[in-house]
Design a protein around this ligand. Sequence first.
Ligand code: PMP
Length: 413
Amino acid sequence: MTELHNLTEDHAARRRAAKVMPNGVYGHQSAISLLEGFPQFIQRTEGCRVWDLDGNEYVDFLCGYGIVLLGYHHPLVDAAIEHQMRLADCSNGPGLVMVELAELLVETVDHADWAIFAKNGTDATTTCVTIARSGTGRRKVLVAEGAYHGSAPWCTPRMNGVVDEDRAHLIKFRYNDTASFHAAVEAAGTDMAAVIVSPFRHDARHDQELVDPDFARAVRRACDDKDAALILDDVRCGFRIAHGGSWEPIGVKPDLSAWSKAIANGQPLAAVLGNERFREGATKIFVTGSFWFSAVPMAAAIATIHALRDEGALQKIIAAGDRLRTGLAAQASSYGLTINQTGPSQMPLLTFAGDVDLMRADLWARTTAMNGAYLHPWHNWFMMAAHTADDVDRALLATDAGFAAVRDKFGAD
Ligand code: PMP
């Protein structure tokens, strides 16, 4: 580690954390998985920059794992938060903002006729599955192999603490593989409640794969034939790909969609959106949570959705992603390294050719972090509207150091 990148305070905080939390910080934010060079704790955020406990500054390309869309502390979102905070947040009933946000989402997202709100993506995907079963009276749910839909027992990637019964009615298929999908439909027989899919294949530790529109149409047709629910898990992509849902550009409408992450620009909120076919199924279930009605995140979501349109945020996000990709491609080629850049411009990922054990990716991301840009070695990145050309160029200085380190250790291809 360079002297510029001192993580003394961060490491002291990790030692304290390990004493009072299992494994220290857990889940996707455990920096253990990111190895040396990445800070565990973040002290301050502004625009597209984050600062750790030791005062190191990073251009952030993870956006809190996707929750920040416009930028940290966007003035209009912050103003909406402050205004609502003074009125009411959590109480005996929700604020009127709940209805206003449902109206705005129904107006914005084409397939949606109603909305239910929750806190996390897992709440939203799980609620979608429950509504699909309630609405169809059937049990089987088709899920793509390796897809992440949350951390509840039915979908967590780790089986510790999970029993077979939690997974009893899941049938797997391969993403974008219509034949394997049809085999799963066949296996479900007359008991098919739903298919749950992400807008594109964004599994960690894999190159990303855009959806084949023919595959998406085949899924839609099968759900129509079987009168089952097509659930789009838009938790990670929602509002980053398109205003009306991430399959809007390919013209395939889900029956139910799960949202969280970016919808309130960093405030804790999730949503399930659904069509008339599944309204009755939704009225019959009982889902709730002590904090699911909090008004502040809902006010933040309304401000976020307006700003997304009014500020042409998506175009900015795409332009920043394209600039980053162009710069990375030129750098890799100048070092004689073969890389693969996958996914949409808004959610890029870079992998190195032949890097099966991800050692190149680890070294690259770690060195890049130590030089001031926060990019993940094997989870897709997220672009935000606050990334200016100057921010991207600043980050490219850091990635250049990352490529140099990879070339020095592993040689050119
Ligand atoms: N679905 C997808 C596609 C996700 O990316 C995630 C979170 N990474 C989830 C569901 C679960 O969301 P949460 O962590 O908020 O429960």
